[in-house]
Design a protein around this ligand. Structure first.
Ligand SMILES: [Fe+2]
Length: 342
């Protein structure tokens, strides 16, 4: 199995990380150190998108559960010692009392405890077990609690975890937007980008919004189009049909489940996909299909910007109506004469 590599941010308060650096003898351990803690945090946040576990508790569990180890092997007391260490530093751990109890219970029982009712504690333990690949053990679904965790183990689908990035849960509002490609970003022929779209993407990028593409097109078709139309620089990742629904047929595709991408909002011209993301408690923006020979409704792009960045002003320039008509007439045969453009 491929070693799970951490990529992304952490939700741990800097002062807690300082204490761990000073007092944990295992922070640099390649097996039970910070690399493992970050992977457990990432796994936990991924699972929480599906089961609603508390992400703040998951983050602190990830950093505390192994921090008081005394050896790399059978260290029976390391979980309870991790809990005691958390209690010693209670004042700098920004969890409420219920969350803190879940954290210490999860630490105490993570090696020998019996499964409790609590979804957050169960998810802590699953997140830890899903990183067994680092020591050459394939996680066994029968020792996991969460449905999605079991699916990953059964299908050996660790790629989903590897591609997942933790995001800053303390930030309010939309942080990651997932765009459909055909008829949303680009026209039906794959030859042009929707009018006003580059201005929108520029503003979102400038304001720290992460973006990705989720397309029902195959990688073979979509990848060259994304490059040719200068879109690739805006997006942190692309999900192609090959990645989520290789057996898709015309008009019948799997829903775009943006929890896998840690997305907050899906922008798509398909009502079906929008209804799906709304049904799982996320946001959707149904955009009018972009067709090359029909003018884009720029109001729609401005409304989308307003939804994502309500405090940032954004106004698109409208083309002169007369010039637009002349362009359309000329475009059939030859370019518009320079003297009209001016
Ligand atoms: Fe662990």
């Amino acid at each position: 199995m491929e070693t799970l590599i951490w990529d992304g941010i952490s939700m741990i308060a800097p002062e807690v990380l300082d204490i761990l650096r000073q007092e944990s003898a295992f922070i640099t351990s390649p097996i039970h150190g910070i690399k493992h803690w970050r992977t457990v945090e990432r796994n936990g946040h991924y699972l929480a998108n599906f089961n609603g576990a508390d992400k703040a508790v998951l983050s602190y569990f990830a950093y505390f559960h192994d921090c008081m180890r005394e050896n790399e092997h059978r260290d029976k007391g390391h979980g309870p010692r991790g809990a005691v260490f958390a209690m010693k530093h209670r004042d700098i751990i920004p969890l409420n009392d219920v969350q803190f109890k879940q954290l210490t219970d999860a630490c105490k029982g993570h090696t020998y405890g019996t499964r409790p009712e609590c979804i957050t504690i169960n998810t802590c333990w699953d997140a830890d077990r899903l990183d067994l690949g680092r020591v050459g053990i394939d996680p066994d679904a029968s020792y996991l609690h969460d449905v999605e965790a079991k699916r990953i183990a059964d299908e050996f689908d660790f790629e989903k975890l590897i591609n997942f990035k933790v995001k800053d849960e303390s930030r309010q509002g939309i942080q990651k937007v997932v765009f459909d490609l055909d008829n949303t970003l680009i026209c039906e022929k794959g030859e042009s980008v929707r009018q006003g779209m580059f201005a929108l993407l520029d503003s979102l990028k400038l304001n720290g919004i992460e973006m990705s593409i989720w397309t029902a097109s195959t990688r073979e078709r979509a990848e060259p189009i994304i490059d040719k139309l200068f879109l690739s620089g805006y997006f942190s990742d692309v999900v192609y049909r090959d990645d989520y629904d290789p057996d898709a047929t015309w008009g019948r595709t799997q829903p775009k489940d943006i929890r896998y991408s840690n997305g907050d909002l899906l922008v798509d011209d398909s009502k079906k996909h929008i209804e799906f993301v709304e049904s799982i408690g996320l946001k959707g923006f149904c955009i009018t299909p972009y067709i090359s020979y029909i003018d884009t409704n720029l109001d729609e792009i401005e409304q989308l910007h307003q939804l994502i960045l309500p405090k940032v002003k954004f106004k698109l320039k409208r083309e002169n109506q007369l010039l637009k008509t002349i362009k359309r007439l000329f475009s059939k045969n030859k370019p518009v004469p320079k003297w009209i453009e001016c």
